[in-house]
Ligand binder design. Sequence first.
Ligand code: G4P
Length: 532
Amino acid sequence: MSFKSEINRRRTFGIISHPDAGKTTLTEKLLLFGGAIQEAGAVKSNKIKKGATSDFMEIERQRGISVATSVLAFEYDGIKINILDTPGHKDFAEDTFRTLTAVDSVIVVIDVAKGVEQQTEKLVEVCRMRNIPMIVFINKMDREGKDAFDLLDEIEQKLGLNVVPLSFPIGMGYDFKGIYNLWEQNINLFSGSSRKNIEETIEISDLKSEKLDTLLGTKAAKTLREEIELVEGIYPKFNREAYLKSEQQPVFFGSALNNFGVRELLDCFVEIAPKPRPKRSEERLVNPDEKEFTGFVFKIHANMDPNHRDRLAFVKIVSGEFKRNTPYLHVRNDKKMKFSSPNAFFAEKKEIVDISYPGDIVGLHDTGNFKIGDTLTEGETINYKGVPSFSPEHFRYINNADPMKSKQLNKGIDQLMDEGVAQLFTLELNGRKVIGTVGALQYEVIQYRLEHEYGAKCTYENLNVHKACWVEAKDSKSEEFLEFLRVKQRFLAKDKQDQLVFLADSPFSLQMTQQKYPNIKFHFTSEFEDAY
Ligand code: G4P
């Protein structure tokens, strides 16, 4: 197969949802369709169990298992599908944000009864900011839930999406009869007494047909006709270009658990979802079909097992072919590196591969050379953008509890931050170190790992910070900026990239500061562009 055909047949995406909406179940059903797994339940181990928050070792153990399911690859209809796992647990939201830099599209799963939930809002916002094409799957139609039109409204309002239903439910919960597929113009009936995994597809190109009354009963058929008329009146026609530009989001209804509506979703997905997309680097836009290999690290997974202390760096291939045992340039270190055993991921296993293509993910064994966001190339100096840090939610001073081990502590902190476990800020005023995290759980993880992997001990001290804002000055020599530096010195810090950060202690003080210094921009992410 030619290089171009290899690229064209790849679809790399992530499934995002609020925990419990059905992401794992849907993933599993997609894998079953692809023949990648033989039985349901195979991916379950990936999930961080409810109530596990107090036991981070258990979470880490499960995260360990999840290395194998970090990327789930399978073939469907000649298409190579790579599903990138996005942890649903909110304490690992940062991992999910980073994974979203490596996907070409996403499927958003929403629970029909719960509607749009908090975690979905956050994740969709990130996708919107990056113009990532999204398909929405409304799950659990076998249960009582919200009215379909109300839910579509809610999605538009809360998530800021422009939805286009490509399927529509016939009834719901106890009365759920099936789905009218606007995309394929057919009806899927949910039948059988057990109502499990039984599916019948009936072509129905004309909704006026009497066949519909026979199938659904007169009342349900009438309701469906009215609803579809309404759908066609309210929502625009599906336009693939608009979807690819993230201006329009197709919606499917179904029940992942009952395997209902999943094939329709998958069939439409392989037809409309984008192949690997060009990616911006600081220097230029890189196209997937360029001959020379380039890629970037979006995730690093450390092994918690003390006998196998290696890390696995996940690299998304942006352009060219990645080949085993070939020297590539690690741009940040300006060093050539060869990889003798790059891993490719399949449904339940990883294997050493000789060659990978744009859209694919390879796992590289790492002894501490990589950090999140690093770029690999065949020689060109390219730095991929777009693996930003987000403002953490929690902030604490970190103190050295064993003065004899300060070297170990610093090394440990340094490496854990490179892995993206948390963020480090160094206060301008006194050089004290502050650790910022998305979830409180990470503090335990850091403390444990510093002790067990680096032989260092630490303690924490609370610090009242509302948000970390990356500071951008229109003119860094202006009187206004110099005054800001002077007056706010107590609240200023540098992140690990030496970027200036303002640690606002309350929403009010942030607002006041913004008003007082109108020519200074305060960003909630570490990467920003064209603000001026
Ligand atoms: P997540 O990865 O998004 O967190 O969700 P997951 O797939 O684990 O699903 C959460 C719960 O919702 C599971 O039940 C799952 O069986 C159920 N579920 C998923 N899809 C459907 C659906 O279409 N209909 C119905 N009725 N339920 C669905 P659980 O009891 O928490 O777990 P389990 O014991 O069944 O594994």
